[in-house]
Write a protein that binds this ligand. Sequence first.
Ligand code: ASP
Length: 310
Amino acid sequence: MNTFSIAIHGGAGTLVKGMMTPELEAKYKADLKRALDHGYAILESGGTAIDAVEKAVQVLEDSPLFNAGKGSVFTATESHEMDASIMDGKTLNAGGVSLITGIKNPVSLSRDVMEKSEHVFLAGEGAMQFAKELDYKLEEPSYFYDEFRHNQWLEIKDTDSFQLDHSTKKDSKFGTVGAVACDQNGNIAAATSTGGMTNKKWGRVGDSPMIGAGNYANNKTCAISCTGSGEFFIRGVVAYDVACLMEHKGMSIQEASHEVINKRILEIGGDGGLIAVDANGNIAMPFNTEGMYRACKNSQGLEQVSIYKN
Ligand code: ASP
């Protein structure tokens, strides 16, 4: 049997030990572990990588702690616009949604785009129409209300600035959640979901729903989910860049993801991180920020839930 494995993230940024209370830290870790365990249970019972990444991301979207689904940040018009994507490394099928509102689990809508439409990427009103035709229930804005996120927005509303999740004047911390998995058959998949940036406007879209930028999976190379300054991750075509280094330069998953996060994306000014698996179940979780909410588990007994460096 193939070594099976899963890795998840809940965003990267200025996460320095001592900045949050031990109680809050424990809450973050508990929600990461819950998402990890839900995804891992699917792999353990012989389920597919695509089911595992969708489930893990759904659990993170349902947590108010992360900037995705329920915990999404506020836009300039005091609403929520969410982006998500999913990709199956076995078939190279993919789905993405952008600028959607009121959907509890955007990752599942992206999977429906992949499986129930002829398209890869649906945005805005059209994506909402697609959800309506599939009888998606819309949540009230109150479902997505969170006092902390609202205060983040109040601080910068009516200005031209926009912020990555939880960033304060000096600190920055990205939101976004993601999962990558390798199942017992050696098939891999990736999923990513985000509320984007606080106070974003003009229909701003980040890297998370873009196949090849914030999310990618191909059994031949790797499955990747990114978090960080989306504009740079789009320009660096980060997720696909890792796959290219593996395919064309013969790098391992560790080497390729390290090269992209600690060198290539830094050179163009991007900060953040990614999680990656390959079809042998190997995992990499590099980041060039102070920390990244992350966790991983494999069938060889590895299990890790971490926030800070080291
Ligand atoms: N990459 C996401 C975006 O630019 C943000 C994040 O990772 O927090 O929308």
